[in-house]
Design a protein around this ligand. Sequence first.
Ligand code: NAP
Length: 313
Amino acid sequence: MPTLPIHDLIIVGGGPGGLTAGIYAQRAALDTLLIEKGLPGGQLNNTDTVENWPGTESIKGADLAMAMTAHAKGCGLEILASEVVEIEPGLNAHTIRLDNGEELHGLAVILACGGHPRQLGVPGEKENYGKGVSYCAVCDGFFFRNKRVIVVGGGDTALEEALFLAKIAASIHLVHRRDAFRGGMILQKRVLAEPKIQVIWDSVVTDITSDDAGVTGVGLKNVKTGETKNLGAEGVFIFIGFEPNNRLVPAGVKMNTEGFVVTNKKCETSLPGIYAIGDLREKYIKQIVTAAAEGCIAAQAVAHFAEEQKAKA
Ligand code: NAP
């Protein structure tokens, strides 16, 4: 049994899911601590514009992140800027270890650690990261003003980011491995109507070439014809999906084959008192609004769980 104090709830991760969980937990009078190693708001900080947050037709991702953080703090949520290195499940409370060696304890833990961009895994990708290879148009697009850029992927992120880059770069080649986009229809229409974007269908990037100054282009292969060619560019932006940040998920918590945490409708994992929300969680669709909804669900579930645990003690 750990020494006191034991928080009712520790939230690991401060994206839209974690912050919403914090707001609901504060309103449920839970003694809550949110731990975030970076900027609260998570991936919102790398998002140019959000157009599907109800009630707000269009808002910069960073502005929405700040508004959510201010809202959570306004509810009294304590946000600790620190890195969690381990979560050890316990019978009466769970232990959270920080990189400075400190240990914190929570009756319940909400895992809201999100995810990170998937890599292509082709030669030249790792070597040229930061020298022309990027996974964030909002962060790095500025460096490609009037330059040639290749965007890889066919989902919402690739389409959105290609449109963002079209405002900056001289030209965009959007390389997709199939002959139909996965992303939503509105984005598809915008991309196909954008004169600066040329789509290369049915093709994969085989390698990324460079010289001393940085990226010079990519090798392409048409997956239907087998034809190969080189395409010159100074920038390669890769948006081919997402992998969960599951490094901190304790042993015993069930994950699916892709490493996303499996939960029930209350966002409970297979270990009592441990919940998962947002992009870390196995689910149908990853959106700001779904992450926020799960933050609400998990916090409400924790409120009942904490009450039961305290009644037992
Ligand atoms: P995604 O929907 O999983 O799309 C990934 C894309 O990359 C797919 O087109 C996929 O091709 C392609 N791909 C995957 N692995 C590849 C590889 N090894 N080589 C080449 N291409 C590869 O991922 P996402 O676009 O990052 O979106 C993630 C989630 O966030 C989705 O649920 C999405 O709807 C959501 N999102 C929503 C918005 C919005 O609503 N405004 C914005 C951004 C993201 P295939 O199509 O052939 O599988």
